[in-house]
Design a protein around this ligand. Structure first.
Ligand code: SAM
Length: 284
């Protein structure tokens, strides 16, 4: 059964009495090559747990199950569970959980299913909630090895941007704290049903094995990034003064100059490392 074939998808869904749910970002892949390519590039070794977010009817899940020792797929749409029971029946290494990934205890899930092996995430993400899902994964405290996700092309550009470029933003600076991002390949809108308005791209985040940065005050580090990019047209000192009034302009200017930037620099020029250094100087 080719789960990327439109008639197969439609008949599976009509048998289950369901239709595509826009509110869950349901744009399913209908090009066989794409799930193969995503699964192929999502991790370097096969003996691991792969967590999939949003399996849909299971096209990517099958490819993951054929390549990796254990797969846990988290699907929010209850209506898809009987479909997945059918399409994944032949794989005894797959567990489907009906839950919202934003609510699930990822630490507990990994503890239960990983057997101490490396853990990866692989997903064609629902676009309405891409950034919150990524931040939830990264801030969960789980030591993921890799996170490979399909996202809108513009989001992929942001995730893999260099400091100072117009695509560099709060999400890029935040992800740089956890690992490195590589843009893998583009996927045209026509490869999905229903077709979204924009093209997509797949990115892979390789997480640092050991933390690369250890800011004295992680909360302050995050607050600085948030403040810098919320008002990205302002100079960094103006943006920080507005959002973090507990620091005087003099203190802020002094710290910005001490990390090697000018007093008039904008936040978008600062790398992740710069934000760590700045937060260390400002930590009290
Ligand atoms: N993996 C399938 C594919 O590639 O064809 C479906 C991908 S579709 C873009 C996103 C999937 O995520 C849908 O199955 C949707 O129901 C599911 N989903 C949306 N929000 C979710 C959430 N918060 N938690 C878990 N799954 C979610």
């Amino acid at each position: 059964m080719d789960l990327c074939n439109l008639s197969v998808i439609k008949s599976l869904m009509s048998e289950a009495g369901i239709t595509f749910r826009k509110e869950f970002g349901q744009n399913f892949l209908n090009n066989r090559m794409i799930p193969e390519e995503i699964a192929e590039s999502c991790a370097d070794t096969s003996d691991r747990l792969v967590i999939e977010i949003g399996p849909g009817v299971g096209c990517l899940t099958q490819e993951l199950a054929m390549r990796f020792s254990r797969v846990v797929a988290i699907e929010i749409d209850k209506g898809l569970i009987p479909v997945l029971d059918k399409t994944l029946a032949e794989f005894d290494n797959v567990t489907v959980i009906n839950a919202d990934v934003m609510d699930i205890d990822l630490g507990e899930l990994v503890e239960k299913y990983s057997d101490g092996k490396p853990v990866s995430v692989c997903a064609n993400l629902p676009y309405y909630i891409t950034t919150p899902i990524l931040m939830r994964l990264l801030e969960s405290g789980v030591k993921f090895d890799t996170i490979t996700v399909m996202v809108q092309k513009e989001v992929a550009a942001r995730l893999s941007a260099e400091p100072g470029s117009s695509d560099w933003g709060a999400i890029t600076a935040s992800i740089g704290f956890y690992g490195t991002v590589k843009r893998l390949f583009k996927v045209p809108a026509g490869c999905f049903v229903p077709a979204p308005k924009v093209d997509s791209a797949v990115v892979r985040i390789d997480l640092y094995k050991e933390p690369k940065y250890s800011p004295k005050d992680e909360k302050l580090f995050r607050a600085l990034i948030k403040a810098a990019f919320e008002m990205r047209r302002k100079t960094l000192v103006n943006a920080l003064s507005a959002k973090l009034p507990r620091y005087s302009r003099e203190e802020l200017c002094e710290a910005i100059v001490a990390i090697g930037h000018s007093e008039t620099v904008r936040g978008e020029r600062l790398s992740t490392e710069d934000f760590v250094k700045l937060s260390d100087l400002l930590a009290k």
